[in-house]
Design a protein around this ligand. Structure first.
Ligand code: CDP
Length: 227
């Protein structure tokens, strides 16, 4: 790869709780690539908005808050204004508000450059909703990673329990369906399988099987010398 060629990107998009974060992190680790959890940025904006008590209808103020977020990502820890918020941003309250705020064009625009800045050598694995369609349209590999809503509710339940956060499967399933509707039907950067993305349905796959599927697609691309 010459110095002028931008570092390769693997874009993994998909719905809530599909397991794309876990798969993306493992693929990044296996390849020695950087990792971008773009949903964490929307969750950070939500946490900031909750803490500051901003008016949810004042899009200009919300976009300013998104643009000026003082965030540090270090390994798997995330801090906001010097305070560790790694677990705080994972609550359902933050997730739901993140999905509402993510429908504001001004907020999405305010986060665009911050996301692109993660594209560093030797490469990047980025997960979210619009990684392949908007943020990294020239990604070497685009994947739409999904699973049935029921399986996703079970996965989210297990994940929250492991973190000691109380949850109820029926509520989680309803929340996942609501979030799918909101993410799919918004006018800006809606969640959808991009025409050039590979579909990876993980409903009956283990995490390792899903990781291996991504790695072998990427190997094929490398073998064809396109990266
Ligand atoms: O963990 P989960 O998959 O539920 O959500 P997340 O990836 O942490 O993202 C939280 C919310 O941010 C999602 O419901 C999306 O509405 C929004 N989001 C987005 O609009 N675009 C992205 N690239 C990433 C997240």
């Amino acid at each position: 790869m010459d110095k002028l060629t931008p570092p390769p990107v693997i874009a993994i998009d998909g719905p809530s709780a599909s397991g794309k974060g876990t798969v993306a992190q493992r693929v990044a680790h296996a390849l020695g690539f950087h990792y971008l959890d773009s949903g964490a940025l929307y969750r950070l904006v939500a946490l900031k908005v909750l803490q500051a008590g901003y008016n949810l209808h004042d899009e200009t103020q919300l976009a300013d808050a998104a643009r000026n977020l003082n965030v540090v990502f270090q390994d798997s820890a995330i801090s906001l204004e010097g305070r560790d918020v790694t677990d705080d941003i994972r609550t359902e309250q933050c997730g739901i508000l993140a999905s509402q705020l993510a429908a504001y064009p001004g907020i999405r625009a305010a986060l665009t450059d911050r996301q692109r800045a993660f594209r560093q050598r030797p490469g990047l694995v980025a997960d979210g909703r619009d990684m392949g369609s908007v943020i990294f349209p020239d990604a070497a590999l685009k994947i739409f990673l999904t699973a049935s809503a029921e399986i996703r509710a079970q996965r989210r339940y297990k994940q929250l329990m492991e973190k000691g956060i109380n949850a109820n499967i029926a509520d989680l399933l309803q929340d996942i369906k609501n979030r799918d509707d909101r993410d799919r039907n918004r006018s800006i950067a809606p969640l959808q399988q991009h025409h050039d993305a590979q579909l990876l349905d993980t409903s009956s796959l283990t995490i390792s099987q899903a990781e291996n599927a991504v790695l072998s697609w990427y190997d094929e691309i490398r073998a064809k010398n396109r990266v």
